[in-house]
Design a protein around this ligand. Structure first.
Ligand SMILES: NC(=O)c1ccc[n+]([C@@H]2O[C@H](COP(=O)([O-])OP(=O)(O)OC[C@H]3O[C@@H](n4cnc5c(N)ncnc54)[C@H](O)[C@@H]3O)[C@@H](O)[C@H]2O)c1
Length: 352
């Protein structure tokens, strides 16, 4: 028997969900709702169309609602879905504040429905490779982890430039990048420092740099910029860097390319050897002596689009747990509030 899904919000992500579920055994899209009737004109035959969420929620055949509407709609749609007794997958960010999330969780518990959030970037291959390096302690004691994403064309689209709609890059990609870091690093955060900018947007952030100091000694830096203009061929760049006392890892791209890099011996105090660069002489940043640098391939990790829903279908049937748990979502939203506070005050914020 297939689990029947209803999709609320048939824009970019609503279409992605529909296509994903159409290719998965054990799932069926039974209804699609959008307040904008135009959006519904391409809904396939056999799938019911709704303009009002309430009408789709009254359909007893639908088991799970996927909330894929604009960010500022999530709370109301989750509350209504819970009240209608539907299980819920909510798009990220689950809520615009921790207080809103708490209200949603209260309703979900009151009506006894299943609730999780679409933080599917926990399956991104670049992230999983970095997480494998972390989990297997391949670099010894880590001191730094950097996760960055840059857009080279200055593009921010549709409602994402309006505060009222829940726009801004912290709510957009920021929630993914922070969720990845928090899911990877198994330690409490001591302090948060953040710089957030509206470089070209009037209302919302289009750049941020966030520095998290963890109790286990790691400092993580998460940086995103949309107005990082360049004519490089890819129009975006995704990077990871990890540094430990037994080596470094660099990783570029969503299809990860990179290396683990080590030295054959430690050079703590060597005679200074001067080399000349275009910007003058240096000793510390010259080329390494022959044979000093050795590299290893990154661990091979394969994930596929659809892994999130494969996990969901199993967990829904009671065969395991949902990958994304609500206390984890709450921690990320709390962190985002600390990020905003730090960016507003210019001060470091104590956390956890
Ligand atoms: N997980 C991811 O990787 C990922 C990627 C992109 C977007 N998203 C999330 O998906 C959600 C939708 O983003 P999008 O880019 O698809 O936006 P979009 O503007 O393309 O689509 C949103 C759709 O929701 C409809 N809508 C708005 N309010 C509604 C309501 N109350 N009831 C029914 N329909 C309503 C709009 O008419 C629109 O068609 C956002 O929360 C966004 O953060 C997640």
């Amino acid at each position: 028997m297939s689990i029947k899904f209803g999709i609320i919000g048939y824009g970019f992500m609503g279409h992605v969900h529909e296509e994903m579920l159409a290719n998965l055994d054990g799932a069926q899209v039974a209804g699609i709702c959008d307040i904008d009737e135009e959006q519904l004109k391409n809904v396939k035959d056999g799938i019911k169309r709704y303009v009002h969420a309430e009408d789709m929620l009254a359909n007893p055949d639908i088991d799970v609602m996927i909330v894929a509407a604009n960010n500022n709609q999530h709370k109301e749609l989750v509350l209504k879905s819970a009240k209608a007794g539907k299980d819920i997958i909510c798009e990220k960010p689950a809520a615009l504040s921790v207080a809103d999330l708490d209200e949603m969780v209260k309703a979900v518990n009151e009506y006894g429905v299943k609730f999780t959030v679409h933080q599917q970037r926990r399956y991104d291959r670049d992230f999983r490779v970095a997480k494998e390096v972390y989990d297997r302690k391949l670099l010894g004691e880590l001191y730094t982890i950097k996760s960055s994403l840059y857009g080279f064309n200055g593009n921010m689209h549709d409602w994402h430039i309006f505060i009222e709609e829940g726009g801004g890059m912290l709510y957009d990609w920021g929630v993914h990048l922070l969720d990845q870091i928090l899911w990877m690093i198994d330690s409490n955060i001591k302090t948060v420092f953040a710089d957030m900018r509206n470089v070209i947007n009037f209302e919302v952030d289009d750049y941020f740099k966030i520095i998290l100091k963890f109790e286990n000694g790691i400092t993580a830096e998460v940086e995103l910029g949309t107005y990082y203009l360049s004519d490089k061929p890819d129009w975006f760049e995704r990077h990871w860097f990890m540094g430990g006392n037994k080596g470094s890892m660099y990783l570029d791209g969503f299809k990860p390319k990179g290396k683990l890099v080590r030295t054959t011996r430690l050079l703590q105090n060597v005679p200074g050897k001067k080399i000349m660069t275009a910007s003058g002489p240096t000793r510390s940043f010259g080329e390494p002596s022959p044979g000093l640098i050795v590299t290893e391939n990154l661990p091979e990790i394969y994930t596929e689009h659809g892994d999130y829903f494969r996990n969901y279908l199993k967990a829904w049937k009671g065969e395991g747990e949902f990958l994304v748990k609500i206390p984890e979502i709450r921690r990320v939203l709390s962190l985002m509030e600390a990020v905003r506070e730090s960016a507003k005050t210019g001060h470091t914020v104590d956390f956890e």
